[in-house]
Ligand binder design. Structure first.
Ligand SMILES: [Zn+2]
Length: 548
């Protein structure tokens, strides 16, 4: 007697193996049989005739750390067939953080993609272990895998200091990385265009990354530059991972800047070379030519010194404004200038603001907002940062189509929405976000599989399931439709699955997904989300094994 059986469907098992007809039987949270189950009894039978049955998709790059605390239904994910969010990317995370530093971290998170939630931010924990416990207690709809983010590790120890860590500080940070890995994190992430990553030198980072090896962890990085100095930034990432003797994972691989379009092959070449020298290298991407970041990320690092309040005061001083304007238009060696990569204010679109007064700006370029207000676009930029206390998100049009296509189809690429989970209604229906939060996985099928024919269904599903599971180190029981594996399952219509989210109208759920099961529980039925939340924190099996 199965709890659930899915019958008459076509199975894509996630490994890339060609599709075949078969039924899936589920007992409790596990898949217990695959084959002809027509004669078997089940409490619930799902008819998947004409549909594909696949492992639940893994969103490899998210910033849902707080959104799934504030709205556990993770709707933009469930509607697109995602059953797992990987959090704490880009060095941005919610722990470890000691009590005395919490306010600093909260202020900072509020200016980043992760914390633009229109509610007072609270961190009910200090350690990753406590964060995991909190999630387990409040059960989100999707499973969660986490990194230890280098940002909070450094803020916890040193605040927003620009200085290199002293030997004692370094020892303390290493201990925190170890503690987080012990708690079940699978890797350490860094974001070297963000603070405090931008203040962190490669030697310090490599020392921290050395702590990952005993846990089969890897170093995953939003590298220091994805535009004019990307080759140097890749060298640095390779050096750090090699020095620490761990695999390197490059986050949202891309080439930014209109004048750099067409150079992704050089990036692949460099990564291939690194791999040929004996290290493991992989990457993820989102299938769009625009990125999303905070408006504050367009500022040179010195502007943020001392935190958000200091920034706001600094931006009121004409001398500082002049200096920033000059640095943005000419660039600073060693620093990635989003303004130049986007080709100016015309390529920077306001996605979300916090105050009612500036809501009109959402969906408009900084140029357009400036024209509406009869002001210089730089003054608009400064004004928005001041009025919103830097809590502004922007969509930046920085990448080329051909490069993006090549990354998407590369056999090593898995997919991540690089977003926090959002919703069409309620607290997390925020502004005009990047469509990737809602559309990433649907778009792979509608555009790259059906329209362009650049990926097969089998390969697209592999890149969403068994491949990321392997990278995360959890492939022994997740990411494949197989007996004994956890029943994270999606049933979708191969003809209909499609993203509806556009830049103009981004808050639209993906269509064509009929059923989603998370740990054997039905989270989406007949295309509608249920009220079931059955996600778990999925921990590093290496740590779990050691403890057992
Ligand atoms: Zn990033």
């Amino acid at each position: 007697m199965f709890d659930v059986k899915i019958v008459n469907g076509t199975i894509l098992d996630g490994t890339g193996k060609f599709r075949y007809k078969g039924d899936v039987g589920i007992e409790g949270d596990k898949i217990t049989a695959i084959g002809d189950l027509s004669a078997a009894d089940a409490k619930k039978t799902i008819d998947a005739a004409g549909k594909f049955v696949a492992p639940g998709f893994i969103d490899f790059h998210t910033h849902s750390d707080l959104s799934l605390v504030y709205d556990k239904f993770t709707r933009s994910r469930i509607y697109t067939g995602v059953t797992m969010d990987v959090v704490a990317n880009c060095g941005i995370g919610v722990a470890p953080i000691r009590e005395e530093r919490k306010k600093e971290l909260i202020d900072y998170l509020g200016t980043r993609i992760i914390g633009t939630i229109p509610a007072p931010l609270e961190l009910h924990w200090n350690t990753m272990q406590e964060y995991f416990d909190y999630l387990e207690e409040h059960t989100p709809a999707v499973n969660v895998v986490a990194y230890v983010a280098q940002g909070p590790v450094r803020i916890d120890e040193m605040g927003f200091s620009k200085e290199p860590a002293t030997p004692e500080q370094l020892e303390n940070m290493k201990a925190e990385v170890r503690k987080a890995m012990e708690a079940g994190c699978v890797a350490m992430s860094s974001g070297l265009v963000y603070l405090p990553g931008a203040y962190t030198q490669k030697e310090e980072m490599a020392e921290l990354a050395k702590e990952l090896k005993p846990y089969n962890g890897y170093y995953i990085s939003h590298i220091r530059n994805e535009g004019d100095e990307e080759m140097d930034a890749l060298d640095e990432a390779i050096w750090i991972a090699r020095t620490a003797d761990v695999p390197l994972h490059v986050s949202h691989l891309k080439v930014m800047g209109h004048h750099n379009f067409g150079s992704i092959d050089k990036v692949f070449e460099k990564l291939d070379e690194a791999e040929a020298s004996g290290m493991e290298v992989r990457f993820d991407c989102y299938p769009y030519t625009a990125g999303m970041t905070s408006l504050g990320a367009l500022l040179p690092p010195w502007a943020f010194e001392g935190g958000v309040e200091a920034l706001v005061e600094r931006l009121k001083v004409q001398e500082n404004r002049d200096r920033i304007k000059k640095e943005l238009t000419t660039g600073i060696p060693g620093w990635q200038c989003f303004y130049l990569m986007a080709g100016g204010w015309d390529g920077v679109v306001i996605a979300s603001v916090m105050t009612e007064a500036n809501k009109y700006a959402e969906g408009k370029t900084v140029d357009e907002v400036a024209k509406m207000n009869n002001e210089d676009a730089f003054d608009t930029f400064f004004r928005l940062l001041i009025e919103e206390k830097s809590k502004v998100q922007v969509v930046v049009h920085t990448q080329g189509e051909e490069d993006t296509d090549k990354v998407v189809v590369h056999p090593k690429t898995c997919f991540g929405s690089d977003s926090m989970d959002l919703s069409m209604e309620g607290l997390l229906s925020i502004g005009k976000p990047h469509p990737r939060a809602f559309g990433t996985f649907g778009r792979i099928f509608s555009y790259y599989v059906r329209e362009k024919g650049m990926l097969t269904f089998e390969d697209a599903v592999r890149k969403m399931t068994s491949l990321p599971a392997k990278y995360l180190g959890i492939s022994a029981d997740r990411g494949t439709l197989k007996e004994g594996y956890f029943a994270d399952v999606v049933v979708f219509d191969p003809e209909k699955i499609a993203d509806k989210a556009t830049y103009e109208d981004p808050k639209q759920y993906t269509v064509g997904v009929d059923y989603v099961l998370v740990n054997g529980q039905i989270a989406l039925a007949e295309g509608k989300q249920t009220d079931v939340c059955a996600g778990h924190v999925v921990k590093n099996p290496c740590t779990a094994g050691k403890k057992a």
